[in-house]
Ligand binder design. Structure first.
Ligand SMILES: *Cc1c(COP(=O)(O)O)cnc(C)c1O
Length: 355
């Protein structure tokens, strides 16, 4: 029967990785369909050649480069092995048994999992009728036990974003001793000028931290590097609970090389955003309900039909992400990939909505 784990581990779900048969179009993980730039691959190769040496402890070179890019002091940046790692570090650094993490639902699935791993209760507040964060209800749900609030903007998996005014009003209502974490994993795909750049807010509020990643817009999901922007006290707390040397040399080098071409990245993101609008309009024309998205994916609120739809797509060689009986999330890929998906969606809609 083996060695018993701590008792509450049984309540934490195992990771289930769905099949991704070779040759299929992968629109299930919000990755970039394009490989990293050759200059990034070269930087990774050079870094690998020094793989006998430990990497920089705090990714100092990357911190310096990012500080320049974001116009923030180096002391306000922490680097992590993907921004999910930084999510976990924030929970570990700020929460102890009896404390609470507050987040929206549906939102990023990692938040409640990290809370439970830390032995902390995750209180969730339903999204509003438009699949957006209900920040008024979230402010009302704050309790004396709340230590960390996650606001995923744009939200994964619905793609919806809250406005600058809404975020500012929310932060005003949060006590100074509660940390607001703005998870901006999809910030680079935002086209709506009403959506706040969270980094600005970190300059005004010491209890606001922003998480960003190289996994999505920069196309480095397999390399694992993300960052946290916040007050120096937040950064040192995050760094204290980090796994030593979790961000390897290839990851640090890849991020630095990727930052050399922010224009190219911006161009890729604009293409994705334009495709997002094209795909959404076609889905709406087909009679499907799809909230406006500011990310590199769309949410189809298909309810009990979600499983059938995911299976229908799979038979046409497209892997989408299924969320039980709630909906499916589809990543915006390259034009020809999106066209294969759209064809499947249109056929499905014709059969189930009108058939
Ligand atoms: C993808 C994603 C992340 C970051 O993932 P990493 O690969 O760990 O950087 C963080 N938050 C949300 C909401 C995401 O969707």
């Amino acid at each position: 029967m083996g060695v018993p784990t701590r008792a509450d581990l049984a309540s934490i779900p195992d990771y289930i990785i769905p099949g991704q048969p070779p040759g299929t179009i992968l629109l299930n993980s919000n990755e970039s369909s394009l490989p990293p730039l050759p200059s990034v691959v070269e930087a990774v190769t050079r870094a690998a050649a020094e793989g006998n040496r430990y990497p920089q402890w705090f990714s100092e070179d990357l911190v310096a480069r990012l500080a320049d890019e974001l116009r923030v002091p180096e002391s306000s940046l922490a680097i992590g092995c993907g921004s999910v790692s930084l999510c976990q570090q924030l929970v570990q650094a700020y929460c102890a048994a009896g404390d609470e993490v507050l987040c929206a639902w549906r939102s990023f699935e990692a938040y409640p999992v990290f809370a439970r791993v830390a032995g902390v209760h995750a209180r969730t507040v339903p999204l509003d009728a438009e699949h957006r964060h209900d920040l008024t209800a979230m402010a009302d749900a704050l309790s004396p036990a709340t230590r960390v609030v996650f606001v995923c903007n744009p939200n994964n998996p619905t793609g919806t974003a809250v406005s600058a005014r809404e975020v500012r009003e929310f932060v005003e209502r949060v006590p100074d001793d509660v940390l607001v974490v703005l998870d901006e994993a999809y910030r680079e795909f935002v086209t709506d000028p009403d959506v706040l750049d969270g980094v600005l807010l970190t300059r005004e509020h010491e209890n606001v931290a922003v998480l960003r990643t190289f996994s999505k817009a920069y196309g480095l999901a397999g390399i694992r590097v993300g960052y946290c922007v916040g007050a120096p006290a937040v950064v040192s707390a995050v760094n204290k609970v980090a796994v030593p040397f979790a961000v390897g040399r290839p990851a640090q080098a890849a991020a630095i090389a990727a930052l050399a071409d922010t224009e190219g990245v911006g161009e890729r993101c604009r293409t994705v955003a334009a495709e997002r609008e094209r795909v959404r309009e076609a889905l709406l024309r087909a009679g499907l309900r799809v909230p406006a998205s500011q990310a590199n994916f769309l949410w189809l609120a298909l309810g009990y039909r979600s499983g059938d739809f995911a299976a229908f797509c799979a038979r046409r060689g497209v892997v989408v992400r299924l969320f039980g009986n709630e909906g499916i999330r589809v990543t915006v890929g390259l034009r020809h990939e999106n066209d294969v998906f759209l064809q499947a969606a249109e056929e499905f809609a014709a059969i189930t909505l009108h058939g």
